[in-house]
Design a protein around this ligand. Structure first.
Ligand SMILES: Cc1cc2nc3c(=O)[nH]c(=O)nc-3n(C[C@H](O)[C@H](O)[C@H](O)COP(=O)(O)O)c2cc1C
Length: 197
């Protein structure tokens, strides 16, 4: 029996600007497909609304995983620079950024598909290699972004496993990011207990 093929997804950070000028930063899974970059933001989403309103976004490839952990724990203000070819912003910590224009929108009540075309890209710093703690922070950030729909035991079990990579391979940025995620899980736990007591 053959295993079904999944889409290969890369975790990146998408920066957008609202029509009023307010910058917005959100981690997002991206697919390199259909000759472009495909984004699938769940509705409701500021990222989705900004792209539909302006037709633009910037894809940021980052090594500082505090952006992932920060965005899902209420730390959404990250230093940015103006984009070069489009009206937009890129993260100051981006190793590489790609400036995007909306090429095609397939709307959906829950998960629209936005196919973006690259109009400019630039590299700012080298990729340092894979780091298990960075991967653990990204997994932890996914768990925290889904706390409202996951069982507490599952979150605890997975965080305990991810802790191993943090203990063995984290640097200061990953330790700080992990602490934000742990605090968010603890707060969610405490609120759940309050509701049942
Ligand atoms: C690693 C990672 C990947 C994510 N990928 C997606 C995604 O593909 N689509 C989505 O809607 N949200 C994704 N999220 C969650 C969003 O970043 C988060 O919910 C965000 O608030 C999106 O809504 P916003 O544009 O209103 O900020 C991801 C979160 C993380 C940590």
């Amino acid at each position: 029996m053959s295993t079904p093929m999944n889409d290969q997804i890369f975790e990146a950070v998408v920066s957008t600007v609202a029509p009023g000028g307010q910058a917005h930063v959100a981690p997002m899974g991206i697919r390199y497909q259909e000759g472009g970059i495909v984004l699938m933001p769940f509705k409701p989403s500021t990222t989705h609304d900004n792209i539909v309103a302006t037709g633009r976004a910037v894809l940021n490839i980052v090594g500082d995983t505090r952006v992932f952990a920060g965005c899902v724990t209420g730390r959404k203000l990250w230093p940015t620079h103006a984009a070069e070819r489009i009206d937009g912003v890129r993260l100051a910590c981006a190793l590489r950024h790609v400036e995007l224009e909306l090429a095609e929108r397939r709307d959906d009540a829950q998960r629209p598909v936005l196919r973006m075309r690259a109009v400019h890209e630039a590299t700012h710093a080298p990729f340092a290699g894979f780091n298990r703690a960075q991967a653990a922070v990204i997994e932890g950030a996914v768990l925290v972004s889904r706390l409202h729909m996951l069982a507490l035991e599952k979150v605890e079990t997975e965080m305990s496993y991810l802790q191993i990579a943090i203990d063995k391979t984290a640097g200061p940025e990953e330790r700080e990011a992990w602490q934000w995620l742990r605090a968010a899980v603890a707060q969610h736990h405490a609120r759940a207990q309050e509701r049942t007591s």
